[in-house]
Design a protein around this ligand. Structure first.
Ligand code: SF4
Length: 422
């Protein structure tokens, strides 16, 4: 069995491999040695991060964990841990192993997969969970082509504030879903909600009291039914393999805009009898979900960090609803003949604990869930574990092993990363 070498960053930010220490990973704060067989080549489109105030942890020849506090090249003290923010469609099975210094700053809202060096190339502890190439970097044309397509669309829909907002998302933030709208293919976003009925610890669009800087500006207006329908119909009539989704990173909770969604879905459905109209949601309002199914919604993706009520509560800080409503929303969609996905915000050492695995299986049994999307939870793991009052796991299944176990137990249950076109 071969062990990849530890990667670390020197004081100038250069990423180097350690001559003697092997790669380690972390699962919920528990360090683990890494074998090459647990790794894949670092996926194209992944980003490498240097973790400030964090000392890398590797494995010595004696098998013991060693905290690296000096650069082996020159004895300098300012070394830092390194991690990979994986490209879409990939789920981390271990996160970066490090020891935080007392004054270490909180890490921004990204996921920090373990990365090492094997056979002279970078590898990461990850699995590809979805074969769909929707957000593969080599499937996107050069930025200037996206800009040109975007400008054309913004001229054509100069009167439509929603299209203008999505143009900004595509050309400003590089949002893959908004870029696919500009390019006329696959899943297009329909954000509508400025407000939310939760205060997720890791919300990427609103952090009033939170410790993290937001990574996306929240939509600042409520589009009209006409604006939403126009964007959707443009995509359905001109797009390649099109589907549309309410509930995006640049908005609050779409179910808080129930009337707007119901009327826009009804009008879209009247003109597109077969098209996939999806809702990404926290699942908080099953009554509204029932109305949307009646109006013509095809599918729902409900996001959860955990199926353990107190862990869901601690992360979502829901107002006037709980995990029960989120589960009920899945049941409502299934009862109405729709497709239901769980967007499982995944962290190794938390999601793959036996009690979580048991709760996931119970959810599948109770609801007839169709798909689990294994999305990496973008958050500083130490802040997350503290908030959930969790220490390092004494027992864990492994993320890849958990997925394999669910495949065997529920052969009809699909596993992926993207909303399917039905
Ligand atoms: S449900 Fe979504 S929009 Fe609302 S706080 Fe959580 S992440 Fe943010």
């Amino acid at each position: 069995m071969s062990t990849p070498r530890l990667l670390y960053a020197d004081g100038q930010g250069n990423i180097l491999d350690h001559p003697g220490l092997g790669m380690a990973g972390s699962a919920g704060g528990r360090w683990e040695p890494v074998e090459e067989s647990q790794c894949i080549p670092l996926p194209p489109g992944s980003e490498l991060f240097l973790l400030p105030g964090r000392l890398p942890v590797g494995v010595g020849e004696n098998g013991n964990f060693e905290v690296l506090d000096r650069d082996p090249a020159n004895g300098a003290a300012n070394v830092s841990a390194v991690a990979a923010f994986l490209a879409p469609a990939h789920t981390a099975t271990l996160w970066s192993a490090y020891q935080s210094k007392p004054d270490a700053p909180i890490l921004p809202l990204f996921a920090y997969a373990a990365v090492g060096l094997a056979r002279e190339r970078m590898v990461a502890t990850a699995i590809r969970v979805d074969p769909l190439p929707r957000q593969d970097p080599d499937k996107f044309p050069p930025p200037q082509r996206i800009q040109a397509a975007g400008r054309r669309l913004l001229r054509k829909f100069a009167h439509n504030r929603l299209m203008q907002h999505l143009g900004h998302c595509a050309m400003g933030y590089g949002c893959p879903a908004a870029r696919n709208l500009m390019l006329g293919r696959w899943e297009a976003p329909l954000p509508t909600a400025g407000a939310c009925n939760a205060s997720c610890l890791g919300c990427i669009s609103s952090q009033p009291e939170g410790p993290f800087p937001v990574t996306q500006e929240r939509i600042g207006f409520t589009p009209t039914v006409e604006e939403v329908v126009e964007v959707a119909m443009h995509h359905f009539t001109t797009g390649l393999d099109p589907l549309v989704s309410y509930g995006q990173g640049c908005e609050g909770e779409p179910l808080t805009q129930g009337d707007l969604l119901e009327e826009s879905i009804r009008r879209i459905r009247a003109r597109v009898p077969q098209g996939t109209i999806n809702l990404n949601s926290n699942g908080s309002l099953p009554g509204v979900v029932a109305r949307l199914m009646e109006a013509g919604l095809s599918s729902i993706r409900v996001s959860m960090n955990s199926l353990i009520p107190e862990r869901h509560q601690a992360y979502y800080q829901p107002r006037g609803w709980s995990l029960d409503e989120a589960v009920e929303s899945i049941k409502v969609v299934k009862a109405a003949g729709g497709h239901a996905s769980l967007n499982l915000l995944t962290m190794p050492g938390v999601t793959d604990r036996p009690e979580e695995a048991q709760a996931i299986s119970e959810l599948v049994e109770q609801t007839g869930l169709d798909l689990i999307q294994w999305r990496n939870l973008n958050i500083d793991p130490e802040v997350y574990l503290r908030t959930l009052r969790l220490g390092p796991p004494t027992e864990r299944i492994g993320v890849a092993e958990l997925i394999e176990g669910l495949r065997r137990r529920f052969p009809k249950l699909k596993h992926g990363y993207f909303n399917p076109k039905l």
